[in-house]
Design a protein around this ligand. Structure first.
Ligand code: G
Ligand code: G
Ligand code: MN
Ligand code: NA
Length: 256
């Protein structure tokens, strides 16, 4: 309960901060995007992990203001990079969306507001969703995703390969990108079966004209394997941890 009160205050007082993890073009080595990840520095408890406060935020409805804040702050940061650094026209920013936001918030309205307020192009914003956001109300979700896409942003299916991974999702929803869960990527250098599954996913994505991002690449063996299995993009500790704003800016300058 205390944590809930604290989280409410944290959102109001902007104690939350976004970290940014680079997403790399595995062929060219260039950073093409950042995934925004929320961090909470609790005044007494110190750093509280999103693994703990996102579920709490979902239970209490605080995910709505938190999610809106994260989207707006992400768009503002992209705007700041685009106005200060040349060569960032095609950079995009990935924002995680919770299933609860799909059920309870008007996401297209939030997207429209963030784009209008910051002036970034819709196509530079990518929303990361999980299957769980789609199962509860598939028709409602499909309608919502199409409404988002009409505003310009693209959609990534996060944690792909975990959960049910029904191929129906790829068929019935306007998905642009598949993010292969790090549980597969983390084994690809040791486990032939994982490599085969990843190959099937990249072939499927090619056929459906979707791009593929490998999550959680931690060593160069995994990097090389993912490339050879047809995965064009990746992120993970090998390239960079999620970075605070100033460090992300420095990373970007070095990578352009
Ligand atoms: O940030 P970490 O690197 O520890 O993230 C842990 C989990 O928290 C991930 O599943 C990530 O998607 C989720 N997460 C981090 N930031 C946000 C956010 O702003 N919104 C939502 N919905 N999930 C987030
Ligand atoms: O669920 P989602 O894919 O949004 O989760 C992102 C989470 O993955 C964040 O907690 C981020 O810190 C973490 N992460 C990013 N790169 C790596 C990595 O190379 N290894 C591990 N173990 N976690 C990673
Ligand atoms: Mn994600
Ligand atoms: Na993921």
């Amino acid at each position: 309960i205390q944590l809930e009160t604290d989280l409410r205050k944290a959102i109001e007082n902007e104690e939350l901060e976004l970290f940014y993890q680079p997403i790399i073009d595995l062929e060219q080595g260039r950073t093409i995007a950042f995934e925004a990840l929320t961090r909470w520095h609790h005044p007494e408890r110190g750093f509280v992990s999103p693994v703990d406060f996102i579920p709490l935020a979902e239970e209490t409805g605080l995910i709505l203001p938190l999610g809106r804040w994260a989207m707006l702050e992400s768009c503002r940061q992209l705007r700041a990079w685009q106005s200060s650094l040349a060569g960032t026209k095609d950079l995009f920013i990935n924002v995680n969306m919770s299933a609860v936001q799909f059920l309870q918030d008007d996401i297209p309205a939030t997207v429209a507001q963030c784009l209008a307020e910051t002036g970034i192009q819709g196509r530079n914003l990518r929303l990361e969703i999980t299957e769980t956001a789609l199962v509860a109300d598939p028709d409602g979700a499909a309608e919502c995703l199409h409404a988002i896409k009409r505003l310009g942003p693209t959609l990534a299916l996060d944690d792909f390969g975990t959960g049910y991974s029904s191929l129906n999702y790829l068929n019935n929803f306007p998905i642009d990108c598949i993010k292969i869960d790090r549980s597969f990527v983390g084994r690809v250098d040791r486990d032939d079966q994982s490599a085969k599954i990843i190959r099937i996913i990249t072939m499927l994505a090619d056929t459906l004209k979707m791009s593929v991002v490998a999550e959680g690449i931690e060593n160069s063996e995994q990097h090389m394997m993912m490339r050879s299995l047809g995965c064009r993009y990746g992120q993970g500790f090998l390239f960079s941890r999620p970075l605070p704003q100033e460090e992300a800016t420095a990373h970007l300058k070095a990578s352009l």
